[in-house]
Design a binder for this molecule. Structure first.
Ligand SMILES: [Fe+2]
Ligand SMILES: [Fe+2]
Length: 329
């Protein structure tokens, strides 16, 4: 492990609080908890969701702060082997792409049911299907893979080539309501996974390196809360138990099919492989899983506070075709 040469100086500006170069599990958990209290507080989550109607009217991507790229170096990595950390960065960049494919698939699932949300995620296409306007989601997400590639280069001096893969295409059935439900759950799970990953990486970094990851984290939280809130509004009858059931059932069903690419489990497995999970220390694995659990707890508490009246004030009446469907109860 590379010793941190300036812990005292940087501790004051570290978003996760004080640190030692080689923290134990308890110290890492304290940093994660501090980050969750800052970035996933009820106030922040409410604010990000209440922003959505405004973004429907006048989409405004959030500008990133000026980042001190030149000062990023391996001494800012805390509590994880630098080689493992760099492998995680490379894997993260891989999972961020191809964002154009992701946004266009989501736009197609949303278009029959909620044109505003479809535009928010995937922009607009003309009569011939050519993209004529980018969605806000894409504008923010498309910065992520290049930022991670730049961090990789800054830390290693090498260029990072991404492994290209094809996103699952739009596969409509005769029930767009149910199609959107399953697709939406997958999207929420992906944004939640990215939120936890970048939060956990922030707990293992400091200084300029941590500041770059912070920008990614803020974006992911923004998207996660908006997708989650929209899902609650559109599918108020789907209980939390049902959501968990759906995630696991779809994973099991998909495993029996030959289309392995669409499986949620396959996605998680691929993520674990690309993040080189097998090379992580026990403390890394334990704190990573702990991050997922605590973040989910925070989200569920916030989710409980979102009353139907509040969601109605944000989004108005649900369209007729979203009402009277018991398929996803
Ligand atoms: Fe992202
Ligand atoms: Fe994302």
């Amino acid at each position: 492990m590379i010793a941190n040469p300036f812990p005292l100086k940087l501790a004051a500006i570290d978003s996760a609080g004080n640190f030692t170069p080689q923290p134990n599990l308890w110290q890492t958990q304290r940093r994660i908890q501090a980050l969750i209290q800052t970035y996933l507080s009820a106030d922040v989550l409410c604010d990000r969701l209440s922003d959505l109607p405004l973004q429907f009217q006048t989409p405004q991507p959030r500008p990133w702060r000026r980042l001190n790229w030149q000062s990023v170096n391996a001494s800012q990595i805390i509590g994880i082997e630098p080689l493992v950390f760099i492998a995680i960065l490379a894997g993260s960049a891989d999972t961020e792409e191809p964002i154009r494919g992701y946004t266009q698939t989501s736009r197609q699932y949303l278009e029959p049911l909620h044109p505003d949300m479809a535009r928010f995620v995937g922009g607009a296409v003309d009569d011939r299907g050519t993209l004529v306007e980018l969605g806000l989601w894409e504008k923010e997400e498309r910065q992520h893979a290049p930022a991670l590639q730049r961090l990789y280069t800054q830390l290693t001096g090498l260029k990072l080539r991404l492994v290209s893969h094809t996103p699952r295409p739009y596969q409509p059935t005769d029930n767009p309501h149910v199609d959107l439900y399953y697709h939406g759950l997958h999207r929420i799970a992906t944004e939640y996974g990215a939120t936890c990953l970048y939060l956990w990486l922030m707990a293992h970094t400091t200084g300029p390196l941590q500041s770059v990851l912070e920008e990614l984290l803020i974006d992911e939280i923004n998207h996660m809360t908006k997708f989650w809130g929209f899902g609650l509004w559109a599918y108020p009858d789907s209980s939390r138990l049902k959501v968990l059931q759906t995630l696991s059932q779809s994973a099991i069903q998909k495993l029996w099919q030959t289309d392995q690419h669409s499986s949620l489990l396959h996605t998680l497995k691929r993520m674990a492989q690309t993040l080189h999970w097998e090379a992580w220390s026990f403390n890394n694995k334990a704190s990573f899983l702990w991050t997922f659990a605590i973040a989910l707890q925070q989200l569920c508490t916030w989710s409980h506070s979102l009353t139907p009246e509040y969601l109605h004030r944000l989004f108005g009446d649900r369209p007729g075709h979203l009402i009277n469907s018991d398929v996803v109860k």
